[in-house]
Ligand binder design. Structure first.
Ligand code: FAD
Length: 408
């Protein structure tokens, strides 16, 4: 028996392996990952770990003893290079190959590169893995002026950590507000003000024309209007691309992600895909994309898909329909999002000041809820969305309407 081989020893791959053992899978499980060390969680890399408030051991999803006890073979520092679907073998970078009965692709995503001259200068950085975070930690210990390209979650979390150290931080963003694709205008405005209060300067609707440097090192950015922003460190956080090449080269369907069905199976029944690399049909994505499919980059999605796949592979198949949820810590504020929203979804705000939620509606139905410092609203939103309990914009707008009671 060849067992299950998982490519990618990140959040999703590790969860699939752990859940398979919990569900009673007795055959071999091999985790193939191209990073060194034990599987680890990424969220602290732009939060507590970057700020020096937690160490590398705290990042590990489980200690080495867990893998040994659960007979999960970890092939760290090992890149999967190709799939021979007919022979059911995974080719590794060193030429060796592993036989599989079932192959799980959990290859995650990689950062988009900034397509401008100077992007390869020293001092231009990205943040995806532990090695990136370690370099950035050393960088911010000496940096005087940092420019972040992209006002998304990771760029803003990084900006908050750097600003808290007294570093002059400028965030350059192509759209008109922070997190424009992910949150409402009201939530974006709140976080803009929160970052500005930390000393962060923003340049919105700003295109980067080039990164300028001296002696091979970045010294600043030139914006489309000609403005120059000085920087001794540039963090590029402009989104990610799914690692789908293995699947694509093996002839599997891809479209901004490896295409899977509701059971997380690719069009080869012996191969599944989960986590950041997978595009799947979701009941929460109706009206968001032409075919109702989505690719989600979050811990929740990686973990729940790992569990869902393990259940199917051990004889309990169920369509994947977990409520998407997400969090981001920026300075002293916690943003939580439940559901999947589009920028044009209608917004209804409950609460005020530094603790409020924005209820979002698409076609009159609740599509998601963004909460800042209102954890109770977030939990209620997850329950409402999971049960499909109707909530109207009028009910959400009425401060006397008891939404919590509706969710019970
Ligand atoms: P990954 O964790 O990326 O794991 C994929 C692994 O596969 C990687 O180790 C990769 O190197 C490896 N791999 C790829 N190709 C191959 C190959 N050919 N052979 C072998 N190995 C391969 N989400 C939240 O919900 N909340 C947060 O606050 C949050 N903060 C984040 C902060 C940072 C800095 C980052 C980078 C991400 C954050 N995320 C957050 C997102 C979350 O971490 C990801 O959605 C999650 O890690 C996805 O898990 P995954 O297993 O699909 O991918």
């Amino acid at each position: 028996m060849s067992g299950i081989v998982v490519v990618g020893a990140g959040q999703a791959g590790f969860q699939a392996a752990a859940s398979l053992r919990e569900a009673g899978w007795a055959e071999p499980i091999t985790l193939v990952g191209d990073e060194p060390g034990l599987p680890y969680q990424r969220p602290p890399l732009s939060k507590a770990y970057l700020a020096g408030k937690s160490d590398a051991d705290a990042l590990s999803l489980r200690p080495a003893s867990y893998l040994a006890e659960h007979r999960i073979t970890l092939r760290a520092d090992t890149r999967a290079a190709g799939i021979d679907r007919a022979a059911r073998r995974l080719r590794l970078g060193d030429g060796e190959s592993l036989a599989y009965d079932h192959l799980v692709l959990a290859t995650g995503a990689r950062n988009r590169a900034l397509p401008v001259p100077g992007a390869d200068l020293d001092g231009v950085r990205q943040l995806r893995g532990l090695a990136d975070a370690d370099r950035l930690k050393a960088d911010i210990a000496t940096a005087g002026r940092i420019t972040v390209v992209g006002a998304g979650f990771i760029g803003l979390e990084f900006a908050a950590v750097a600003a808290a150290r007294g570093i002059a931080v400028t965030v350059v963003e192509a759209t008109a507000r922070p997190m424009a694709r992910a949150v409402s205008a009201a939530m974006g405005a709140f976080f803009r003000a929160a970052h500005e209060a930390l000393g962060v300067r923003f340049a919105f609707e700003a295109g980067v024309e080039a990164i300028e440097g001296e002696n091979g090192r970045a010294t600043g950015l030139r914006l489309a209007g000609g403005e120059r922003v000085a920087a001794d460190l540039v963090l590029v956080g402009i989104g990610v691309r799914p690692n789908q090449e293995l699947a694509e080269e093996a002839g599997l369907a891809v479209a901004d992600g490896i295409r899977v069905d509701t059971l997380l199976s690719t069009d080869d029944p012996a191969i599944s895909a989960i986590g950041d690399c997978a595009r799947f049909p979701s009941p929460f994505a109706q009206g968001l994309s032409p075919d109702g499919s989505v690719r989600i980059e979050s811990v929740q999605n990686a973990v729940d898909q790992g569990r869902s796949l393990a259940a199917r592979l051990t004889g309990r198949p169920a369509a994947y329909a977990a409520v998407p949820w997400f969090w981001s810590d920026q300075g002293r504020h916690k943003l939580q999002i439940a559901g999947l929203t589009a920028p044009e979804d209608a917004s209804v705000t409950r609460g005020s000041g530094e603790a409020f939620s924005v209820f979002r509606f698409r076609g009159g139905a609740l599509s998601g809820v963004e909460s800042v410092n209102r954890a109770a609203d977030h939990m209620v939103a997850r329950r409402l969305l999971a049960a499909g309990t109707p909530l109207s914009p009028e009910q959400a707008a009425d401060p006397d309407f008891d939404i919590k009671a509706l969710a019970m």
